[in-house]
Ligand binder design. Structure first.
Ligand code: ADP
Length: 273
C-alpha cells in the first residue's frame, strides 16, 4: 500500500540570538492511509517542529514531506493541524469558531454551518452551538477545537497533545471518543503525547523520538485488537508494551545532555512533554 504521508530525512536547525539549536536530524517515517500513529519523546525533542514542518509553517533545511507521493514541504493548508492550545476565538460562538477553516478557504458560510451542525452531536456539542468558548468545559473546548480541525476535511490530521491539559477521567473519555470518530472518518492521524498509556491505547504504531536533536529512535507496533477498552489495556501484551515504551523514553532522557547538566531539575520535572 502506498503511504499517505511520508517524511523523508527531515532536518531543521534554528539560529536565534547567536544560539544554534539543531531540533531535528534526519527524521524519516511513513504513515499508511487511515493509520493512527502516536509520537512520544523527551521534552524539546522537536515534536512541534516536526508538525510545523509537515503543515508547511516552516521549511526543512533538508529532506522532504510527501502527501500521496507529492512534495508538500513549505505548502500550507494541505493537512489538518490542531496545535497544543485550542486557540478558540473568545469573541466567536462555538459554531462560528468551528467553521473557521472552510470560511478562511472562501467556502460559503451557510454550507459550512450546515455541515458543522450535522457533526455537533457526534462531537458532544449539541445545544452549545451559540455558546462562547468561556462557557465550555475543558473537554468541550478540546472537542470544539477537534471539530474545527475535522471540518477542514483533510485526509491527514496532526494533533499536538490535544488532551494534555485535561484531568485523567476526561482525558480517558475523550480518547475513547476520538477512536470512535476516527473509526467513522478514517483519517491518517499523527498524535503527539507525553502519556505512555495514551500512546498505546490510541495507536497502530508508536514512534519514540530521541532527545534533541530529534530522530526516530524506535517504532513500536501496537497489535492490541480494536475496539479497545480498559480491559484490553490490562492484557499482558499491552502492559509490557507500556513498560518497553517507558524504558525507551527513560534511556532518551538519560542521554539528554540538558537533563544531565541539571540532575535535580531532571529528577523533579515530568519525564516527558
Ligand atoms: P517539543 O515539541 O518536542 O517539546 P520543539 O519542537 O518545540 O520540541 O523544540 C525543539 C527545539 O527547537 C527546542 O530546543 C526549541 O527551543 C527549539 N525551537 C523550536 N522552535 C524554535 C524557533 N522558532 N526558534 C528557535 N528555536 C526553536
Amino acid at each position: 500500500m502506498k503511504p499517505k504521508l511520508e517524511v523523508r530525512n527531515l532536518s531543521k536547525t534554528f539560529y536565534e540570538n547567536g544560539r544554534v539549536v539543531k531540533a531535528l536530524d534526519g527524521v524519516s517515517f511513513a504513515a499508511r492511509p487511515g493509520e493512527f500513529i502516536t509520537i512520544i519523546g523527551p521534552s524539546g525533542c522537536g515534536k512541534s517542529t516536526l508538525f510545523n514542518l509537515i503543515t508547511g509553517l516552516i521549511r526543512p533545511d533538508s529532506g522532504d514531506i510527501l502527501l500521496d507521493g507529492v512534495s508538500i514541504a513549505g505548502r500550507t493548508g494541505l493537512v489538518g493541524y490542531m496545535p497544543q492550545r485550542d486557540l478558540l476565538l473568545p469573541w466567536r460562538n462555538v459554531l462560528d469558531n468551528v467553521i473557521l477553516g472552510p470560511e478562511l478557504a472562501g467556502r460559503p458560510r451557510a454550507e459550512a454551518r450546515r455541515k458543522a451542525l450535522e457533526l455537533f452531536p457526534l462531537f458532544g456539542l449539541e445545544g452549545f452551538e451559540r455558546a462562547y468558548p468561556a462557557e465550555l468545559s475543558g473537554g468541550m473546548r478540546q472537542r470544539a477545537a477537534l471539530l474545527r480541525t475535522f471540518l477542514c476535511e483533510r485526509d491527514v490530521l496532526l494533533l499536538d497533545e490535544p488532551f494534555g491539559a485535561l484531568d485523567a477521567l476526561t482525558r480517558r473519555r475523550l480518547q475513547s471518543w476520538l477512536l470512535g470518530v476516527w473509526r467513522r472518518f478514517r483519517q491518517t492521524i499523527l498524535f503527539v503525547t507525553h502519556d505512555v498509556r495514551e500512546a498505546v491505547f490510541l495507536a497502530d504504531r508508536v514512534i519514540v523520538m530521541s532527545a534533541r536533536p530529534g530522530r526516530v529512535r524506535q517504532v513500536f507496533v501496537v497489535s492490541i485488537p480494536r475496539p479497545r477498552d480498559k480491559r484490553a489495556m490490562l492484557a499482558e501484551s499491552a502492559v509490557k508494551l507500556q513498560a518497553a515504551l517507558i524504558e525507551a523514553l527513560e534511556a532518551e532522557v538519560d542521554r539528554d545532555p540538558g537533563s544531565q547538566a541539571r540532575p535535580d531539575r531532571a529528577r523533579n520535572r515530568p519525564l516527558l512533554g
